[in-house]
Design a protein around this ligand. Structure first.
Ligand SMILES: Cc1cc2nc3c(=O)[nH]c(=O)nc-3n(C[C@H](O)[C@H](O)[C@H](O)COP(=O)(O)O)c2cc1C
Length: 198
């Protein structure tokens, strides 16, 4: 059965503009894929714990040598990875917070970048292991910074690193500038969603 994974990161949770775009896209995708499963990870409502030395060591300790606590840490990371692995489409809502992604998303990325599981180094450099997936990313911003911004590049680079090369990024910008700019940006994002669904 096909599955879509929704990842929301707005601190306003489901009320966030990025979260609403995620829901709209997922609803349209579900119309095209009736019966598909939906998994949601809301990183504002349930943030993943910050990566520290103990957690990182749990990742790098061989499974047969892990303490029960370390195994719990590895199991949680594996659960996050399995949500992606089992999904055909990953739809992400990413507001710009202080010129970057929400810290909850960067922490989530720390849990899913796992050597030997989601990427590996080869003679030709790194190879992502989560192949054959599509990601749709909604970036919402109060100001206007354009597509050629480090925030956009970071998301594309991270997803590519774990093997997700088919990435559609939709920017909705100027959302805090004035009503007209906000309405135009959100309308354009909704038109893009309709195009993608067609
Ligand atoms: C803590 C915080 C930091 C923000 N930093 C920026 C910023 O650096 N640049 C920007 O253009 N907008 C910034 N904004 C505005 C948000 O990007 C904008 O309101 C966006 O629509 C939020 O998306 P959301 O509703 O999904 O959370 C910030 C908003 C908050 C709450």
């Amino acid at each position: 059965m096909s599955q879509i994974l929704k990842i929301k990161t707005s601190l306003f949770s489901n009320d966030g503009q990025s979260s609403q775009l995620v829901d709209t896209y997922a609803d349209q995708w579900l119309q095209q894929n009736p019966g598909a499963a939906v998994v949601e990870r809301n990183l504002a409502a349930a943030p993943v714990p910050h990566l520290d030395q103990a957690r990182f060591q749990a990742f790098t300790t061989a499974a047969e040598e892990r303490s029960p606590e370390q195994q719990q840490v590895a199991d949680f990371s594996q659960q996050l990875i399995d949500e992606i692995r089992d999904s055909e489409v990953i739809v992400l809502g990413v507001p710009m917070y202080n010129f970057s992604v929400p810290s909850t998303l960067s922490t989530y990325f720390d849990h899913i970048a796992r050597a030997g599981i989601t990427f590996q180094y080869t003679a030709n450099g790194p190879e992502g292991l989560l192949k054959g997936k599509k990601a749709v990313v909604f970036i919402t911003r109060g100001g206007v910074y354009g597509e050629d911004h480090a925030q956009t590049a970071y998301i594309r680079q991270f997803l590519g690193f774990i093997g997700i090369q088919d990435v559609e990024i939709i920017h909705a910008e100027g959302l805090a500038m004035n009503d007209q700019a906000r309405e135009e940006a959100l309308s354009a994002a909704h038109r893009r969603i309709a195009d993608l669904a067609a």
